[in-house]
Write a protein that binds this ligand. Structure first.
Ligand code: ZN
Length: 428
């Protein structure tokens, strides 16, 4: 982490610095299992399938393998383009736990990352790889959080960022992205429309595509650190804070994740897959995909027992960060659905009203201000809690984005009175 981004951008970090820590051996297609050397590939050239990073688990699992978290990422830590992302708080919420009938509820505060959302983890890894491959321009299609993140990390690395956002993107996210100096263009239509343009421009001009679906195999890996941190919190009793201690070495039973295409959910599941493979934990949590009523392609497939996810042409939800209809890339949803099933998890659908209720509850009951998408995970837990569904369970809810990024108007302003004690008292 000590290497400056300028050094990384110039490729100045030498091999001595890097230490060759990463155990990532290359890329592998999840469908036809063809293997490829590390390179900026997107889908499998043989069959079009999603590519994943592979690791040498034997080396990563050696008893003397220190800093195992670094071994299980596809980058060398000293070359990482970083703004200090990660190591977010895992906050215990006993009042909410009691309300939901859960034994314990822990909130993973991803909205405290440098640009205010969990996207900083995947983008840090993706930009680091882009630099490693000698690229100078990245492009991203985003509903706003990845937009801001790509713009920030590109600025840090000294490369150009082209950012495409759909027309209904929150003005706060657009301003934030512009501020980092990125070229920002709003496109008519949905996120999927804007995604198709990014795909075409990346192909035509050789820009590195950072769109955070499953397109870029490197970005997904950054999400694994969420699993590593939850695991460490459970494992190292006393090393962190009180909520951690109470877990007594147990992994959580369920992790609730707001899901559009699902790379964060799959990233966390893959993090636990890696932990199991190197023998650091004995069980992995069930992954719960939370989707909004107006855009729930994965939840529909889960409920019907379908093998494949089908796209949603006109997504509509107050949680715009998960309003991804997967048009043209429904296979991404299928990939996430498989991860949910493999973890013995499930999908939950939440209404916009429930999402806003969860957002309010997090602020008023716990002092945590997140955007509607960021509250969707808790809304999912509230629905899952009906009929005692969370009885006896320890759950983690991911809070993905900051409340200032997509402000909901409350429809009421505080009173404005004369600056006297009497006037203020009369307004209380
Ligand atoms: Zn393939």
């Amino acid at each position: 982490m000590g290497t400056s981004s300028t050094d990384a951008a110039n490729g100045a970090a030498n091999d001595e610095d890097s230490g060759g820590l990463s155990c990532a051996t290359g890329l592998r297609c999840v469908i036809c299992e063809t293997r490829f050397l590390h390179q900026q590939l997107y889908n499998c050239p043989a069959c079009g399938g999603i590519l994943e990073v592979e690791y040498d688990y034997l080396r990563a699992g050696e008893p003397d393998a220190g800093r195992w978290q670094n071994l299980l990422l596809p980058i060398e830590p000293t070359r990482r383009v970083t703004l200090g992302e990660g190591r977010t708080a895992l906050v215990a919420a006993p009042k909410l736990a009691e309300q939901l009938g859960a034994t314990q509820l822990l909130l993973k505060c991803e909205f405290t990352n440098p640009t205010g959302s969990f996207k900083d983890r995947p983008i840090s890894v993706g930009i680091t790889k882009a630099i490693e491959f000698g690229r100078d321009t990245v492009i991203v299609a985003s509903t706003g959080n990845a937009a801001a993140s790509v713009a920030a990390y590109a600025a840090r690395a000294g490369i150009r960022a082209v950012v495409l956002v759909p027309e209904d993107t929150s003005p706060e996210k657009v301003s934030q992205t512009l501020f980092y100096g990125a070229v920002v263009v709003r496109t008519c239509g949905t996120f999927s429309d804007c995604y198709a343009v990014a795909l075409e421009l990346a192909q035509r001009y050789g820009f590195v595509n950072m769109s955070t679906t499953f397109l870029n195999p490197y970005t997904v890996e950054g999400n694994k650190e969420i699993a590593f941190e939850i695991h460490c919190a459970c494992d190292d009793a006393g090393a962190l804070s009180a909520p951690v201690h109470a877990l007594g070495g147990r992994e959580p039973d369920e992790i609730f994740v707001p899901v559009g295409a699902g790379p964060m959910l799959v990233g966390i599941a893959n993090g636990y897959r890696d932990l199991l493979r190197i023998g650091r934990c004995r069980s992995a949590p069930a992954m719960v995909a939370v989707q909004a009523e107006g855009c729930r392609p994965i939840a529909v497939a889960w409920e019907s027992g379908a093998a494949e996810v089908r796209e949603v042409p006109r997504p509509q939800t107050v949680a715009r960060g998960i309003g991804d209809g997967l048009c043209g890339y429904a296979a991404d949803g299928t990939h996430t659905l498989r991860a949910v099933r493999a973890s013995r998890g499930y999908a939950v659908t939440v209404s916009d009203a429930r999402i806003l209720e969860a957002q309010r509850l997090l602020a008023e009951s716990e002092g945590l201000f997140v955007e509607p998408t960021g509250a969707a995970g808790l809304a999912g837990a509230m629905n899952a809690a009906a009929d005692g569904g969370l009885q006896g369970k320890t759950i983690v809810v991911i809070l993905s984005g900051h409340g200032l990024k997509d402000r909901v108007e409350l429809g009421a302003e505080p009173p404005l009175v004369d600056a006297t004690a009497e006037a203020v008292l009369s307004a209380l």
